[in-house]
Design a protein around this ligand. Structure first.
Ligand SMILES: Nc1ncnc2c1ncn2[C@@H]1O[C@H](COP(=O)(O)OP(=O)(O)OP(=O)(O)O)[C@@H](O)[C@H]1O
Ligand SMILES: O=P(O)(O)OC[C@H]1O[C@](O)(CO)[C@@H](O)[C@@H]1O
Ligand SMILES: [Mg+2]
Length: 365
């Protein structure tokens, strides 16, 4: 009997989501002969009635989908279904999603998401008692069990392009240029961009730093005859007193933002540096996927379908040691993946003399 599976994208969008959806549809349909249903706007598409779902066929990908940024299915990153906002306070609407998935008559779901999405999808799929395979994506690269996530490489490329443009203007005006990058609670984008973009300082939430240390790094560059410097700072890096730079949201709550400006102000106060700050923001999410992300998305999409075909479900397809593999969804949702002191990119940054703050001594070169 023909199998029917569904696919959705969830959490913040990133480059390579359409490439992953395409790989799932091409492999499931062409190789296994399965039907594939696309669920719109993550779990929202099966929570609402009528449900917002549509069949996906290889012909949907004859155009530019492999190359296109964003997600053709739409995504969701607000409105936790277990505490969904309502005029009477948060309500649990997960049962509507469970019923919706069952009503689709599917034999399994492939969910393309980051850490937050995997947590929500895991709980929902356990209640639905349906086979699930996850595919990790996020510009933040903070998903446990995989060397890299779909969208990370492209986001780093965007950050490096920004440094490439900041470098000549920093040089022309003898300025300190600060680039604030995304990454949520992790500094992966920052460390990779700092190494690839030739930064002098890289501040991330994982390592403590001091403004004195930053000043020293800038001055030491000056002693070597260079009168400008480049600083990369990850959005969740705290101020040096440990408090977080946050921007309030009009509807309540807050989001990361402002650490670049704060560091810039400190440097102006301390050493009178001529500082300019660039906050890169969502351009890191919107780029067309580069070749590495297209390959990764395609490999994980194909592998996820193979896992489903073998009945290896409750798993997340991952990329490790230049190959595909899988880890349990429990491992993915119960572990974090911060930048570690023995990460090769951290060791490389230290080896290049980039100031990273207090990286545990045992790991200093
Ligand atoms: N199905 C969902 N419904 C509502 N909100 C969701 C859903 N899935 C994830 N989210 C929320 O989306 C936000 C995105 O954060 P989170 O980083 O955890 O998502 P993600 O899937 O890991 O993707 P990314 O890291 O790329 O943003 C979180 O607040 C998370 O709770
Ligand atoms: O799109 P939003 O809700 O502003 O979320 C931004 C966050 O999402 C990400 O882009 C991806 O998780 C983070 O790097 C960033 O903190
Ligand atoms: Mg996440």
């Amino acid at each position: 009997m023909t199998k029917r599976i569904a696919v959705l994208t969830s959490g913040g969008d990133c480059a390579g989501l359409n490439a992953a959806i395409r790989a799932v549809v091409l492999h499931a349909n062409t190789i296994y002969g399965w039907e594939v249903i696309g669920i719109e706007d993550g779990t929202r598409g099966v929570m609402e009635r009528p449900m917002r779902v549509h069949p996906l066929a290889p012909s949907n990908f004859d155009g530019h989908m492999l190359r296109r940024a964003g997600t053709m299915l739409g995504s969701v990153s607000t409105g936790d279904p277990f505490a969904f906002p309502s005029p009477h306070g948060p309500v649990d609407r997960s049962e509507e999603i469970v019923t919706g998935l069952k009503d689709l008559g599917i034999d399994g779901l492939i969910g393309i998401g980051g850490d937050g999405s995997m947590q929500i999808l895991d709980k929902i799929m356990q209640r639905a008692d349906l086979p699930f395979v996850g595919i990790p994506k996020t510009i933040d690269n903070d998903v446990f069990g995989t060397d890299t996530t779909i969208g990370f490489d492209t986001a780093v490329t965007v950050a490096v392009e920004a440094l490439d443009r900041l470098h000549p203007t920093a040089q022309s005006h003898n300025r300190v240029m600060i680039l604030e990058v995304m990454g949520r609670d992790a500094g992966h984008i920052a460390t990779h961009a700092a190494v690839a973009g030739g930064a002098d300082v890289c501040l991330i939430p994982e390592f403590r730093y001091s403004i004195d240390g930053v000043v020293e790094a800038i001055q030491s560059v000056g002693h070597h005859g260079r009168r400008f410097s480049l600083i990369v700072v990850a959005e969740a890096t705290p101020k040096s007193d440990g408090t977080q730079a946050m921007r309030p949201r009009p509807g309540g709550g807050e989001r990361y933002g402002g650490i670049g400006e704060w560091i810039g102000d400190e440097l102006e106060k301390r050493i009178g540096a001529d500082v300019r700050v660039t906050t890169l923001g969502h351009v890191q999410r919107g780029a067309e996927p580069n070749a590495a992300d297209r390959v990764l998305a395609s490999a994980l999409g194909v592998h996820a379908v193979d896992l489903m075909a073998k009945g290896k479900t409750g798993r997340v397809a991952v990329w490790r040691n230049r190959g595909v593999g899988d880890v349990s969804i429990e491992d993915v949702v119960s572990n974090k993946r911060p930048v570690s002191a023995d990460d090769i990119v951290v060791r490389t940054a230290l080896g290049l003399g980039i100031y990273l703050g207090d990286v545990p001594l045992a790991h200093q070169p």
